[in-house]
Design a protein around this ligand. Structure first.
Ligand code: GSH
Length: 205
């Protein structure tokens, strides 16, 4: 059976628990309600030498890195990589990379500054600068969504999960956001899914 390690309010763990839910895969969840900074699992460093979450163990195949885990699950349990054109998969993966690199770069100082760190440690100038950049990046995604229902071929898939967890966090932040109509339409659809409600809704902390 698949074992998932990591707490449910981690954006990176959420990608995996949401994907497992969409694919109806049974799994055992370790440290689901854990706290930031510790993983309450003996010898966790053997599974993840960086001591970060998530980690997936599938019958002894140990996988780190949330986006790699999601790709693995979609390769293993769906035929999306076989039936989709390389061009389409490249576009889907482009948005997965965009989340992990470009978006996280700006999201992290804002989220930590406004949500996780005590107010006395807040660097408002750093936050404001990153809000401008983050809003611009979501405008780019909004523009991409203008001619499609979902990211890949108009059907819900792995890249919607990755951009979905980022959008949940973006929409939950106490910041000013531009009015992004295509993002809103897409987000309204994905946030009505059962697996969103079970895994993402109410986890902002
Ligand atoms: N690139 C990694 C990043 C993982 C990561 O930074 N995880 C954070 C939580 S989102 C973490 O483990 N922080 C320490 C902790 O939660 O104890 C991935 O995508 O899996």
């Amino acid at each position: 059976m698949i074992q998932l390690y990591g707490r449910r309010n981690s954006i990176n763990v959420q990608k995996v628990s949401w994907a497992l839910c969409e694919l109806s895969i049974e799994f055992k969840w370790h440290d689901e309600h854990g706290k930031f900074g510790t993983v309450n699992v003996e010898n966790y460093d053997k599974l993840n030498p960086q001591l970060i979450v998530p980690t997936l163990d599938h019958n002894g195949t140990i996988i780190n890195q949330s986006n790699s885990i999601v790709r693995y699950l979609y390769r293993k349990y769906t035929d999306v990589y076989e039936i989709s054109k390389a061009e389409d998969i490249a576009i889907a993966e482009q948005w997965m990379e965009f989340q992990a690199t470009d978006l996280q770069l700006n999201m992290t100082p804002i989220f930590w500054g406004l949500v996780r760190n005590p107010p006395e440690d807040r660097d408002q100038e750093l936050i404001d600068r990153n809000v401008v950049l983050l809003n611009k990046k979501f405008e780019i995604f909004d523009n991409f969504l203008s001619d499609r229902e979902y990211i890949l071929n108009n059907s819900f898939g792995m890249s919607d999960i990755i951009m979905g967890v980022a959008s949940y966090r973006y929409n939950s932040l106490p910041i000013e956001r531009p009015n992004l109509t295509n993002l809103k339409l897409w987000y309204d659809k994905i946030s009505k899914r059962d697996c969103f409600n079970k895994n993402i809704f109410g986890t902002f902390s």
